[in-house]
Design a protein around this ligand. Structure first.
Ligand code: ASP
Length: 347
């Protein structure tokens, strides 16, 4: 039997109207959900999943993913680690709002990963007659239980949503509405889930020969700042001077440009004086940074500024939080500059 571990964390996937005034959507329990998924509960109509042995688990409390915090990333990762040896792959059912953050965070937390960790969710609850939950979960099971379906192994954290298989730390949520809810702006798909399942093997990370290990601390002393014409960085300077920040993701204009003004120079100097790292990225949805191309990027040429190339916002933030959380200051820059888990293209 191929053993697949399914962890339900919440999200629209399992939500139903609360019945309270306003009738807002709230998470329900796995036991409420399971009867709506005979494909999983009974090993599939006509036995499509008959070779799969499922283990089901839930977060201590299923949540709207807006409530997910680093402590939940740790809980998810530790659950995977505890069940790693016995299972061929893992499916994490997760709300779409912060799925790309969790996928990115998990990708950094694990070293030596050799099995698929597949995040999925849905735009309509499993209880809805037009739900996308069942097809999304079924697709994720095919990827996590790849051996049973003669598919190649995707030995990394990925998102299966609609007909896309995306690298987790390259994905962004692009629609609050469309079934095609995620996109990977700077990296090709890992696969496609049409009538046939096609895995884009050339894009996969190589399998690791190392033992699985986990580093699960995250700094909360970071900010993610999108600059705009007229933005005043004084508030950042104040926070840096008060030693309340350890890292800044700075979403610059275009290929790495910021205003050529003394106050920006001052921000960079204060960061140097207070051991604060700036991970520079672009606010453009597509393309990469090229610090030094324009005169307007020269202030960013500093030992404390790291080129984030084509990192997504979610990957940049979780990478910065994770690196600061797990390594001493002297080692942080070296980790941030590396392409650790396929999250960025270094050119
Ligand atoms: N608010 C929901 C969540 O992220 C949205 C969704 O799952 O689609 O949990």
């Amino acid at each position: 039997m191929t053993k697949v571990f399914i962890l339900y964390t919440g999200g629209t996937f399992g939500m139903r109207p609360s019945g309270d005034p306003g009738n807002r959507l709230v998470p329900s329990t796995w036991n409420d959900i399971l009867p709506y998924m005979p494909a999983i509960k009974d090993q599939g109509y006509f036995g499509y999943f008959k070779g799969i042995d499922f283990t089901f688990a839930t977060l201590k409390e299923p949540v709207d993913s807006s409530n997910i915090e680093p402590v939940n990333w740790k809980e998810i990762a530790e659950t995977i680690q505890a069940n790693y040896e016995d299972h061929s792959g893992f499916v994490i059912i997760h709300g779409t709002d912060t799925m790309a953050y969790t996928a990115s965070a998990l990708s950094f937390m694990f070293e030596g990963l050799n099995k698929p960790i597949v995040l999925t969710g849905s735009q309509l609850p499993v209880f809805h007659p037009r739900t996308d939950a069942i097809v999304n979960l079924s697709n994720a099971i095919y990827i996590a239980g790849y051996q049973n379906f003669d598919l190649p192994c995707i030995p990394e954290v990925c998102i299966c949503f609609n007909d896309d298989i995306l690298r987790g730390n390259r994905a962004v949520k692009t629609s609050t509405n469309d079934f095609e809810g995620f996109y990977s702006p700077n990296f090709s798909h890992l696969g496609w889930l049409e009538q046939m399942i096609e895995i884009n093997e050339i894009q996969l990370l190589p399998p690791s020969s190392e033992e699985l290990s986990l580093k699960s601390e995250f700094s909360r002393h970071v900010v993610n700042v999108t600059i705009f014409p007229g933005y005043n960085p004084q508030v950042l300077i104040d926070l840096v001077r008060q030693n309340r920040l350890e890292g800044i993701v700075l979403k610059t204009f275009g290929s790495g440009n910021i205003p050529d003004a003394p106050i920006w120079k001052q921000l960079v100097q204060e960061c140097e004086a207070h051991n604060v790292l700036i991970l520079a990225t672009t606010q453009c949805p597509n393309g990469a940074l090229n610090i030094g191309k324009y005169e307007a990027s020269k202030i960013l040429i500093s030992p404390n500024v790291i080129n984030g190339y084509d990192l997504t916002s979610e990957a940049a933030l979780t990478k910065l939080m994770w690196v600061i959380g797990n390594f001493p200051f002297e080692e942080r820059k070296q980790y941030l500059e590396q392409n650790l888990r396929g999250e960025m293209s270094l050119s």
